[in-house]
Design a protein around this ligand. Sequence first.
Ligand code: TV1
Ligand code: CA
Ligand code: ZN
Length: 392
Amino acid sequence: EYNIVRPKGYTVSYHATDEMEKHHFGQTHPMKPWRLTLTKSLVTSYGMPFAMDNYNTRHATYEELNAFHSSDYLDYLATAAPEDQPRDQDSEKEPKFNLGGSDCPLFHGLYDYCSMSAGTSLDAARKICNKQSDIAIAWGGGLHHAKKSEASGFCYINDIVLAILQLLRLYPRVLYIDIDVHHGDGVEEAFYSTDRVMTVSFHKYHPETFFPGTGGLEDNGPKSEHNPGAHHAINIPLNDGITDEQYENLFKTVIGSVNERFRPSAIALQCGADSLAGDRLGRFNLRVQGHGACVRYCKSLGVPMILFGGGGYTPRNVARAWAYETSIAIGAEASIPSTIPEHAPWRSHFIHDTLFPTLSQSLSEPRNNRNTEKRLREIVAHVNEQLRFVQH
Ligand code: TV1
Ligand code: CA
Ligand code: ZN
């Protein structure tokens, strides 16, 4: 009814499962898998599924997870029960693999949840490798902090690393871009020593007070000249309150230069929505339009791409951003009305009936912008210096 048509000669696939969304991290935990339900419902009420290939995802197998994660860790993840949660009283019970603390709780169905998140991203990667999709969407993935043998920051299984490992079987060079408000440390670390993956993370950076505290401007990969991974980690450390205009300019400048120099054969884009204004954990002033502009720019580079989810702690805004970005992927942004459809389930949950709330609709109090133009110019200059060492 909204004139959403399948793009000609261009395929977008959407990978999701209702099963993932039923899991709970705990009453007060900021990560709400239910935001995926809200996203899917908004995507559907706009009629977007007609323009995509829709796949119900499966669980990733133990062997698939084992391509990055250690067996020790996976065995514990598969068997640990919520009852094993270390309590404050019995402090002799150390948390194993960083599991069971407040950030990464042990909850019922945890292993199912993790293997489904990885399943969506692996299915997306396979569709790209088989040339069956030009853009594959996995909003249930994007869990960029997970390490080989450790859970971290709400992330247990690094579905992005697993998906990039699949892409590397076919594509010589993969560009990883991360617009979550947090540093993509797990993905950066996994590909730290290779020149086949370049990682670029934009994030709030304040080592003492903001998680995970890594990702400074000068952190660009191994310092040794003989290590191929040198200069292949790019970090864009930002301060509170960055605006759409500044972010978009910075993003296009940095990714434009990276693209020219690195010439990626595929892109993996983590679209964490906690960089939006009004996020419960975020600090930026981005609007849905500014966040989406990053996706549009990456699409314009004309190489196959996976879109991953990630953070995002104000569910109504997560759904807005990811629904808008789905419309960008299928080239239907101009065909969808900015008013949330009358028949959309959960319509009242969005509070304002627009896909594009203003800053004052998203924030009770404006957040001061602590990013100076001078600092942003320094960042660009440093990135360009790093890229001079990248040869292809
Ligand atoms: C339970 C209940 C857990 C309420 C966690 C915010 C909670 C946080 C909670 C929280 C919270 C973090 C740290 C401190 C490290 C800890 C998906 C020394 C109101 C990709 C992960 C952020 C972001 C982790 C994940 C961070 C992602 N912030 N309330 N926890 N310790 N952890 O700072 O990048 O978005 O906050
Ligand atoms: Ca980031
Ligand atoms: Zn985040």
